[in-house]
Design a binder for this molecule. Structure first.
Ligand SMILES: [Zn+2]
Length: 50
């Protein structure tokens, strides 16, 4: 299970893969993988867009 954040509105969703369409802003948004920002992940992953 991953966690994804909408780059448009900041909505976070937990799913295996990011949705086609953001359930919050109802647009086809870019989703960033924020799974590694969950504390028990080890925090080695980074996404400069966050
Ligand atoms: Zn959104």
């Amino acid at each position: 299970m991953g966690e994804w954040k909408c780059q448009n509105c900041g909505y976070k969703i937990q799913a295996e893969t990011p949705p086609e369409e953001c359930p919050s802003c109802k647009q086809k948004c870019e989703f960033a993988d924020v799974s590694c920002y969950i504390p028990d992940c080890g925090a080695t992953g980074s996404d400069e867009r966050l």
